[in-house]
Write a protein that binds this ligand. Structure first.
Ligand SMILES: [Zn+2]
Length: 164
């Protein structure tokens, strides 16, 4: 009997959930389904450059589990790119994390911190102490001007309007 899948916490809701090769009619198109926890793993490890240990912590899963998810995600993206398949993003055993975003005034680095973990002391990139809450935090979905950017830095999407 397979083990039940653990719930993976994600902080990114992608605006675009379907990628398709140009010029290939839909009826000839094969699809790869990338689950939303796999996309989150790509965001944390590849886009944000986190170590697997930290990325696993963000998703509330073990490091080996994170390792399996990111491997599966890389294989799927590679398959889509190399074989000209469409990529659909859906599913996954997930829950949405609520996070606050901070921005470094010195280097411009932005990052997300889960609620309840307190304000960070310094910028994780340049160790500056000159931080502020990112204004992209404010408002559900980050407001109109941030539409489609939910996954760039992470954690801008939340269910409740909440200030900390
Ligand atoms: Zn910085």
């Amino acid at each position: 009997m397979p083990r039940p899948k653990s719930v993976r916490r994600i902080a990114c809701r992608p605006e675009v959930v379907y990628f398709k090769p140009r010029g290939v009619p839909l009826r000839f198109l094969e699809e790869v389904v990338l689950e939303r926890d796999e996309l989150e793993a790509i965001r944390l490890a590849d886009r944000m450059g986190l170590y697997q240990e930290e990325a696993a912590g963000r998703m509330n899963i073990s490091r080996p589990t994170f390792g399996r998810i990111i491997d599966a995600a890389h294989k799927k993206v590679a398959e889509a790119l190399l074989n000209g398949k469409a990529l659909r993003i859906e599913g996954g055993n997930i829950e949405m994390a609520e996070e606050r975003n901070f921005e470094c005034r010195d280097c411009g680095h932005e990052w997300a911190v889960p609620y309840g973990t307190g304000r960070p002391d310094e910028c994780p990139w340049c160790h500056s102490l000159n931080l502020h809450r990112s204004d992209r935090d404010r408002g559900i979905m980050g407001g109109r001007r941030n539409r489609g950017k939910e996954c760039r830095g992470g954690g801008r999407w939340k269910r409740n309007k909440e200030t900390a």
